[in-house]
Design a protein around this ligand. Structure first.
Ligand SMILES: [Zn+2]
Ligand SMILES: [Zn+2]
Length: 138
């Protein structure tokens, strides 16, 4: 029996990775996606996951978020949005109440600049970690 064409195998891997990423809001790392993907395709390698994530990013199907230190995180939510990261547990969540468009507009009004792009990251302690430290100190 002939092996399936390589192109088909590649697109199945890419579909699986995209599907995993679309099924979560946790903004995972490549390693997290790899652990999930292995359960469906035991032969997949971490290198393949990285390669497909890069391809998906180039195709504009996912976004890559880098929060300074640590590996990159990935997001299948393509809305232009800010993120907030917990400095205790490292979780990353979406901030959808304040839009980058509104921020740019405000800065244009204040400075007279035509804003093309900006970066803004929020860091703090998430509600779960606040709760844990409260319990720990009792
Ligand atoms: Zn936390
Ligand atoms: Zn996001």
């Amino acid at each position: 029996m002939e092996a399936p064409p390589k192109r088909l195998k590649n697109s199945r891997q890419r579909d699986l990775i995209l599907c995993i990423l679309r099924s979560t809001h946790c903004h995972p790392t490549a390693d997290w996606i790899y652990q999930k993907a292995r359960k469906e395709m035991p032969n997949i390698s971490l290198g393949t996951v990285y390669r497909n994530l890069n391809l998906l990013r180039e195709e504009g199907k996912i976004n890559e978020i880098s929060f300074g230190r640590g590996g990159n995180h990935y997001d299948a939510d393509l809305r232009n949005h800010y993120h907030v990261r917990c400095i205790e547990c490292g979780c990353i969540e979406d901030v959808l109440q304040l839009t980058p468009e509104a921020s740019s507009e405000r800065i244009e009004q204040i400075t007279g600049y035509r804003i093309h792009n900006h970066r803004l990251e929020f860091m703090g302690i998430c509600p779960r970690c606040q709760e844990n430290s409260k319990n720990a100190s009792i």
